[in-house]
Design a protein around this ligand. Sequence first.
Ligand SMILES: Nc1ncnc2c1ncn2[C@@H]1O[C@H](COP(=O)(O)OP(=O)(O)OP(=O)(O)O)[C@@H](O)[C@H]1O
Ligand SMILES: [Mg+2]
Length: 287
Amino acid sequence: MTKNVALLNGVNTHPFQSLDLHHRHLLPAQIVTTKPLLQATGLVKKYGVIHAVSNVDVLVYPGEVLGIVGESGSGKSTVLRLLHLEDQPDAGKFYFDVSNDQSLNLFELDRAAKRLVRVFNIGMVYQHPHLGLRMKNTSSGNVAERLIVAGNRNYAELRLAARKSLQVSEFPLARMDDLPSRLSGGMQQRVQLAKAIALKPKLLLLDEPTTGLDVSVQALVLDTLKRLQRESGVSMVIVSHDLGVIKMLADRVMVMRNGRVVECGLTDQVLEDPQDAYTQQLVHAKL
Ligand SMILES: Nc1ncnc2c1ncn2[C@@H]1O[C@H](COP(=O)(O)OP(=O)(O)OP(=O)(O)O)[C@@H](O)[C@H]1O
Ligand SMILES: [Mg+2]
């Protein structure tokens, strides 16, 4: 499903882009009318003299998985933080299909409104579990916290919902009352995932979710992500410096270098036939 969505909708690499206007009417209606879930344009973020992100556009369609690759310091995490409304950009617009007002630039919302958008619509899995989890709360408590923020106060309901979410992320339920600090890296990432999906967001942002994990654990966590995506249809933006991860999960990929997007297209195409010299280097280094 997701591959098809990407194929039918990838704006930069639209397979029908080469069709002239006279033939576009031949396309089924839903193909040309599907709206992006997320459209961020002209993102700029500077930290002092460092241009972390320079004029980056991000487009994600419903049910699509977008991968972001690039060397360390290329601006991948900064893009995710902007999309998570954690950081304010120096320039840029962010439209997200969460309200009836399609023209709402989310960067212009006040802090409280941004928080609401984040809580109800966007889940985030951080590369470092300590950024996404409270290490002094139990694992189930971490997931329940997300539900409490959304207004649920009933203990039995919270526990049940946390349990369900942990189950979906394939966390070993016998450990749900353990502190995250006592868990393995793979389990910690599953708790983060359970927390991120607890409120069934439309968008899941994943920053190197399997980096640092043992290879076999990495494969299991990736399997979980793939299954979750297939079953829930959630849109994802996944950052990874590992092309294997991108190949397995992403429909489309954006390659970043020095804060800019150097190449963007269908994952299979970009990995098989990279056009940009830096992407070629990246792909060949992996072979
Ligand atoms: N809070 C910050 N303060 C100052 N500089 C920052 C901050 N966050 C990021 N940077 C700088 O912005 C640039 C992009 O950083 P970013 O973390 O987005 O890169 P990345 O592609 O995620 O790298 P990595 O693969 O190592 O995680 C880097 O030069 C980084 O040092
Ligand atoms: Mg990073």
